[in-house]
Design a protein around this ligand. Structure first.
Ligand code: FMN
Length: 191
């Protein structure tokens, strides 16, 4: 079975990350890494309730899902020997994006992303910020030149969305497309 890594960081749009998680766990082994800030944003933006990381982990447990906290720098994904078919960071904060652009591997998320880049594995980063400064854009350009796929969490309307779920599904479908994962989460142009 293929194995994908998903990191959720403390940018707005954590629900998009959860939707990616839902799709991935249907067919693949998944390694989820959450940052401390993401746990705060999850509490603020969603209806999920949990006491702490351990409680979060227990609530989300399924057999094909392993969950780590960013502080677990000794966890398997920190090593290039941990085989994966690719990594997603959805949503990706500007802070985490900047650290990855500079190889500043100070936690399990930035280290795992650094590993993906050095091992030439697919890395998909979905930043969420507005407006974007030249610093943000330069860091994204740097990563794009290294082969990282930048998939900003943007709105689109050509698929005629009617609900927030339609908007989320479109973005998630596009993100999965970038990893080559079959999906019919949105109506493709000309379909
Ligand atoms: C409710 C909330 C929304 C946030 N939204 C964003 C965002 O959209 N983009 C961003 O870069 N940072 C955002 N932040 C700030 C990040 O959480 C902060 O920079 C944090 O240090 C990121 O840490 P992490 O990358 O380790 O998760 C938000 C913070 C809060 C509390």
């Amino acid at each position: 079975m293929k194995r994908y890594i998903l990191a959720i960081t403390g940018a707005s749009g954590v629900l998009v990350g959860f939707r990616v998680l839902e799709e991935l766990t249907k067919n693949f082994d998944v390694t989820l890494i959450v940052s401390e800030a993401s746990l705060k944003v999850i509490r603020l933006e969603t209806n999920f309730e949990f006491k702490d990381f351990e409680d979060f982990k227990n609530q989300f447990y399924t057999q094909n899902l392993k969950i780590y906290h960013e502080s677990q720098i000794d966890a398997p994904p920190a090593s290039g020997s941990y085989k994966t078919d690719g990594m997603f960071i959805v949503p990706c904060s500007i802070k985490t994006l900047s650290k990855i652009a500079y190889g500043f591997a100070d936690n399990l998320i930035t280290r795992t992303a650094d590993v993906a880049i050095k091992e030439n594995r697919r890395l998909i980063i979905a930043p969420r910020e507005m407006p974007l400064s030249a610093i943000h854009l330069e860091n994204m350009l740097k990563l794009a030149k290294l082969g990282v796929v930048i998939t900003p969490l943007t709105l689109s309307f050509y698929h005629k969305p009617k609900t927030i779920e339609d908007l989320i599904n479109f973005v998630v479908g596009k993100i999965l497309d970038c990893m080559g994962i079959e999906n019919d989460l949105y109506k493709r142009w000309g379909q």
